[in-house]
Structures are given as structure tokens and as C-alpha cells.
Write a protein that binds this ligand. Structure first.
Ligand code: TTP
Ligand code: MG
Ligand code: MG
Length: 429
């Protein structure tokens, strides 16, 4: 980063050019200058909103601007996020609320408004899509962007386009973002976190190996706490140690993960930015051998199909806002019934219960030849089934479903059957 020979750069506030040698912008006086020898060559970005939920709340209530704000609470009583003022006091996401309030007794606590955050998240994403079609959302407030080859379109290198983007999001949407720019996804994601909030960090090819050398192994994608402990037992704590090991040795010890450690520790990551899937809905339907009119025959079928839809949603990391029930009568008349949910879901239980409720209204002795259930209005799974917004009973069922999913992953599909797939229940929506 200290190489000034062919530095190109600009001011992140007024976008005037800068050489990389000055400390303040010659045009507007801002110290927020960006310069890097590879600035014009890098095109893979990761953008993440700063203290997202809290930032949206501050935007909508300026009285909160200079106060510590915590978004969270509700039945689970944990912090969803804290603004950067509250973070100075040590408040963090996922911390129990009582602990957070001990650290920061003056904090203003706000209940999450998921619909609002989803809306703002979508606005940010729509703006990203104006820069490039290659936008890969990772969660409600972040995405990868591949801007390679868009220089002609924008008449400027990716770095400049991204800085204007950050400026416009602040001006038009009223929240701030941090940008990481690199040549691969791994380091773009690492970079976006380096200089939060309102950050813009660049990691070039030439500095990648040196940059990574003294970092803890947990910086590597896929190395969580448990795996870091395994590595620590083998005496490996820094990425630099991994860089000095042979690929074969790492693979012998850690299998496929060893290969990943080998590549990522050297800043080698060729994963592409994959744009959002084209799917508009996820559904499952069945045409019966014989027509069925009875509710208690239809319900277990609906249950099994809801589980299939849910499994596909879970696998794809997406969720649906609207449940759709489809029926075809003996004389081929199609009935589709929709219900919008209070929050997106990927849970079989919520899909099924909504489906049964819709089904009950249709069952009137008419023989049906086809039954279908699905969800549309798809969004990212990070928004799905917020524990604070569904009731206690639904929360319990959601927990049970997660436990069942785990057992099924471990022992196979038939290991766990719910009551509904065995016999016919007295179904209530
Ligand atoms: P993050 O991007 O991880 O965090 P953040 O945007 O609040 O803060 P920053 O990126 O500046 O570090 O998560 C985005 C939102 O997701 C966050 O605002 C609230 C929600 N969230 C939770 O509800 N629980 C959690 O444990 C985390 C990490 C996030
Ligand atoms: Mg964020
Ligand atoms: Mg995020």
C-alpha cells in the first residue's frame, strides 16, 4: 500500500482525482482519500451495510442519531445489532439483552421491524443491480459484485463506481455501507470489514500473501471456532503457518478442507460471483391416481409436499413470503389460493399450516385430481422466520423442525416421520 510509483486514486467524498501522496483532498479538503497501485485493476467487491437495523432506525428517527441504539429484544431477548456508539461500550450482536444493558445502560432499545429492513435491503440491492447484473446477495445487508468488464459501460474503473455507489446510498437511502475491493471473493469480503463503518478497503494481488500472513486462521472462509481449535491443537494459529505447509500435508491431515486452507491461505480463490437464482417460486404438486375429495386424505399429502418444498428452500438458502395452494378439480378447473405471511418462511410447519387453512376452505365434496403447495415472492433466508415475530408455539415447532432436519441430515430422510405423514390429524391452520 505504500508503493506510490503508479498510484491512482480519488477522494471518496467529492470523487476528485488524488495522487496518493497528499493527506487531504485538494478539492474539498476531505481526508477520505483512496489510492492503491492496483486500484484500476480490481473488480470483485463485497458491500455490507453498517450496523444495518440500527442504521435504518436512526434514519427514521433523527433523535436517535447520537444515542447508543440497540435493535433486538423480543421473546428471545438478544441483541440483533447495535449501532457503533453502543459498540464502543462493548455491545455486540447475539449478546443477551440484560448483558448489553449492563454494558450500556443508556442505550435506546428498539424492537426489530423486519419488513422495514427487508424493504431497505431490497432498495440497496436494486441499486447494486444498476452497476452490474453479477450481484450475489449473502444476506439482508450484503452482497458480492463482479464489476469486471463494466469499465466501458460506466466510463470509470470499478473502484470509482463503488465509491459513487456508497455516496449515493448515503444520500438517497440514508444509511451507510462499507466496501471491500479485491481480485477474489474471499479477500473482498475480508476487506469490507477492515474499515467499518463508511469504509473502503482494497486488497491487491501483490499484497495478499503478506496481508494474510499474520492473520488468525479464523479469517479463512469456513474456519469456524471448532476447526480453529483443531488447528490450534496441531500448533497452527496463523495463516502464515498454513502458507508454509505443503498442500499434500494439509490434505493428509484435513481432507478437502486441507486443500481449501492451502489455496485460501495464499489468496487463491477462483469462486465466481453467482447472481441470484432465477427461480420465482418453489413448489411441489401431485396428480392423484384417483380423485380425492376428503380433507383427511388430502392433509397428509399436503404435509409431505410441504416438507419437500421446505427442504428445497433450505438447500437453496431462500425463503418465500407467500404460500400458494393449487387444486385441480375432476373437470380440470384450476383453483389457486395465495396467502401472504407476516414474514418469509422456509419452515415446513408454517407452509403446511397455511396450506391446510387454505385447503379447508376449498374442501366441499368436490373431487380433486391434483394438489400443489408452494411459496412465491422469494427472498434471502436470513429474513426467514424471525423468532421475535412468530408466536411461542410456532417457535417451539420451528425448533423441533430444526432438530428433525439435523437428525435427517445425520441418519437419512426416513429416520424421522412427523405424525402428519403417518395418519390424518385434526388439522388447524
Ligand atoms: P451484519 O452485517 O453482520 O451486522 P451489522 O450490519 O449490524 O453491522 P456491521 O456490518 O456494520 O458490522 O448483520 C446485518 C443485520 O443482520 C444486522 O443489522 C442485524 C442482523 N443480525 C442479527 O439479527 N443477529 C446477528 O447475530 C447478526 C450478526 C446480525
Ligand atoms: Mg452489516
Ligand atoms: Mg452483513
Amino acid at each position: 500500500m505504500k508503493d506510490n510509483r503508479s498510484m491512482s486514486g480519488f477522494c471518496r467524498d467529492c470523487l476528485a482525482p488524488a495522487s496518493g501522496t497528499e493527506r487531504r483532498c485538494r478539492t474539498c479538503g476531505s481526508p477520505r482519500l483512496l489510492a492503491h497501485p492496483e486500484l484500476d485493476k480490481l473488480a470483485i467487491a463485497h458491500i455490507d451495510c453498517d450496523a444495518f437495523y440500527a442504521a435504518v432506525e436512526k434514519r427514521d428517527n433523527p433523535e436517535l442519531l447520537d444515542k447508543p441504539v440497540i435493535v433486538g429484544g423480543g421473546k428471545r431477548g438478544v441483541v440483533s445489532t447495535a449501532c457503533y456508539i453502543a459498540r464502543i461500550h462493548g455491545v455486540r450482536s447475539a449478546m443477551p439483552m440484560f448483558q448489553a444493558l449492563k454494558l450500556c445502560p443508556d442505550a435506546v432499545v428498539i424492537k426489530p421491524n423486519m419488513e422495514k429492513y427487508a424493504r431497505v435491503g431490497r432498495e440497496v440491492r436494486e441499486r447494486m443491480l444498476r452497476l452490474t447484473p453479477l450481484v450475489e446477495p449473502l444476506s439482508i445487508d450484503e452482497a458480492f459484485l463482479d464489476l469486471s468488464g463494466t469499465e466501458k459501460l460506466h466510463g470509470a474503473p470499478a473502484a470509482y463506481v463503488l465509491a459513487s455507489f456508497a455516496r449515493e446510498v448515503e444520500r438517497d437511502i440514508g444509511i451507510t455501507v462499507s466496501v471491500g475491493l479485491s481480485y477474489c471473493k474471499f479477500l473482498a469480503k475480508v476487506a469490507s470489514d477492515l474499515d467499518k463503518p463508511r469504509g473502503f478497503s482494497v486488497i491487491g494481488r501483490d499484497e495478499a500473501v503478506t496481508f494474510l500472513a499474520d492473520k488468525p486462521v479464523t479469517i479463512i472462509w469456513g474456519v469456524g471456532k471448532a476447526f480453529a481449535e483443531t488447528l490450534a491443537k496441531d500448533g497452527i494459529r496463523t495463516v502464515g503457518q498454513l502458507q508454509r505447509m505443503e498442500r499434500e500435508e494439509l490434505m493428509r491431515r484435513y481432507g478437502v478442507m486441507g486443500d481449501r486452507l492451502h489455496r485460501l491461505s495464499r489468496g487463491e480463490d477462483d469462486r465466481r460471483v453467482e447472481p441470484e437464482s432465477e427461480a420465482k417460486s418453489v413448489s411441489n404438486e401431485i396428480t392423484f391416481d384417483r380423485d380425492i375429495a376428503a380433507l383427511d386424505e388430502l392433509v397428509p399429502i399436503l404435509r409431505a409436499m410441504s416438507e419437500k418444498v421446505s427442504a428445497r428452500l433450505k438447500k437453496a438458502g431462500i425463503a418465500g413470503n407467500t404460500v400458494v395452494l393449487k387444486l385441480k378439480t375432476r373437470d380440470f378447473r384450476l383453483r389457486t389460493r395465495n396467502r401472504q405471511l407476516s414474514s418469509p418462511t422456509r419452515l415446513a410447519d408454517r407452509i403446511f399450516r397455511t396450506g391446510v387453512d387454505l385447503l379447508q376452505r376449498e374442501v366441499d365434496g368436490t373431487p380433486f385430481r391434483l394438489l400443489g403447495i408452494g411459496v412465491t415472492d422469494l427472498t434471502d433466508a436470513s429474513l426467514a422466520d424471525p423468532p421475535d415475530l412468530i408466536d411461542i408455539q410456532a417457535q417451539k415447532r420451528a425448533l423441533a423442525e430444526t432438530a428433525i432436519d439435523r437428525l435427517r441430515d445425520k441418519f437419512g430422510k426416513s429416520a424421522v416421520e412427523t405424525g402428519y405423514t403417518f395418519h390424518c390429524p385434526p388439522a388447524k391452520g
